[in-house]
Design a protein around this ligand. Structure first.
Ligand SMILES: *[C@@H]1O[C@H](CO)[C@@H](O)[C@H](O)[C@H]1NC(C)=O
Ligand SMILES: *[C@@H]1O[C@H](CO)[C@@H](O)[C@H](O)[C@H]1NC(C)=O
Ligand SMILES: *[C@@H]1O[C@H](CO)[C@@H](O)[C@H](O)[C@H]1NC(C)=O
Ligand SMILES: *[C@@H]1O[C@H](CO)[C@@H](O)[C@H](O)[C@H]1NC(C)=O
Ligand SMILES: *[C@@H]1O[C@H](CO)[C@@H](O)[C@H](O)[C@H]1NC(C)=O
Ligand SMILES: *[C@@H]1O[C@H](CO)[C@@H](O)[C@H](O)[C@H]1NC(C)=O
Ligand SMILES: *[C@@H]1O[C@H](CO)[C@@H](O)[C@H](O)[C@H]1NC(C)=O
Length: 246
């Protein structure tokens, strides 16, 4: 490697390092944490306070104090509700368990360092319902010449979700609206379609199988129906395929 190249590389590395550092800093100030109902989250103030704090105070809803703790001493709780469902680690991390929607709030930790300087760090916690198993329905089924036109409808019972369809694990690019996937199949067969539904905190997936000739099977009927028809080599192939998938 020539000297010019080495200089260029050093410069690229320095720029990368700088951007990593500045991103890290920005994140510490406006951290966003997502959790699911009945789940657990860790609110981490970040490693910058690990060694340096004299006292820390945790708040929720801006002004309501949860606890305060001096270095080396045990935590003193000001709040029965949070005392019962949180754990404070020595590094300042607050673990909240048995999460409820009402725990969504802007949390704040105030770190008092050795010089008596107070450093506030904000963490916005949002609690979402876990995404339940989606339902997939086959609608507008029409046999076409050697193929099939169909709309697969995917739905879940909670709002504020995004839908993604996969065809054999490849993201689908076919026309779709919300959970609907409109398909025009020709001679394909033995395809697995997945509908993956996500919110900001969790995802869930349901699969449906296309056997060809406008025949669709959901996850539950796929194995039983195939066992009945397992005498043909083709279906045996599918059976093996499904066996591996399920
Ligand atoms: C959370 O837990 C409670 C009690 O165990 C249960 O009744 C409820 O269905 C759970 N909710 C979710 C979304 O898992
Ligand atoms: C703080 O301590 C907890 C529990 O030991 C650990 O899970 C977490 O990773 C620590 N956080 C940092 C920033 O070191
Ligand atoms: C925090 O404030 C919000 C809205 O002001 C409220 O809905 C929520 O119940 C409060 N949290 C607690 C734990 O009191
Ligand atoms: C603490 O949590 C447990 C389990 O959720 C609950 O049964 C109990 O009533 C709670 N105690 C207080 C003081 O909130
Ligand atoms: C799917 O079918 C079930 C039962 O036939 C029905 O209850 C449900 O509403 C349908 N869902 C959609 C998205 O069409
Ligand atoms: C599709 O679903 C199957 C099982 O239902 C799973 O094994 C596979 O990983 C899923 N693929 C994607 C891309 O989610
Ligand atoms: C999806 O379709 C668009 C144009 O319709 C194309 O530019 C893009 O490459 C396609 N993506 C995949 C993964 O096929």
């Amino acid at each position: 490697m020539g000297q010019g190249q080495a200089e260029k590389m050093a410069m690229v590395l320095a720029v990368l390092l700088l951007s990593v550092l500045s991103c890290g800093k920005a994140e510490e100030k406006t951290k966003l944490v997502n959790g699911i109902v009945n789940g657990t989250v860790d609110l981490e103030p970040g490693n910058s306070i690990l060694e340096r704090y004299q006292q820390i105070k945790w708040f929720y809803n801006h002004t309501q104090q949860i606890l305060k703790k001096q270095k080396g001493k045990s935590a003193h709780y000001n709040n029965k509700y949070f005392q019962n469902k949180t754990k404070l680690f020595e590094n300042g991390t607050l673990r909240i368990t048995r999460l409820r929607k009402e725990d969504s709030s802007e949390y704040k930790i105030i770190v008092e360092d050795a010089k008596g300087q107070e450093i506030p760090i904000m963490i916005q916690l949002n609690i979402y319902d876990p995404v339940p198993k989606p339902r997939v329905n086959v609608t507008s089924l029409k046999k076409t010449k050697g193929g099939c036109s169909v709309t697969l409808k995917c739905s879940v019972s909670i709002p504020d979700v995004t839908y993604t369809w996969y065809k054999d694990d490849k993201k689908c690019n076919d026309s779709k609206l919300n959970g609907d996937l409109v398909l025009s199949l020709t001679s394909e067969s033995n395809i697995m379609y997945n509908c993956t539904v996500c919110n900001s905190a969790s995802c869930n997936t349901e699969s449906i199988y296309y056997r060809g000739d406008c025949q669709w099977q959901d996850r539950n009927t796929a194995s039983s129906t195939l066992r009945l028809a397992a005498d043909s080599a083709v279906t045996l192939g599918i059976l093996l395929l499904l066996h591996n998938l399920l």
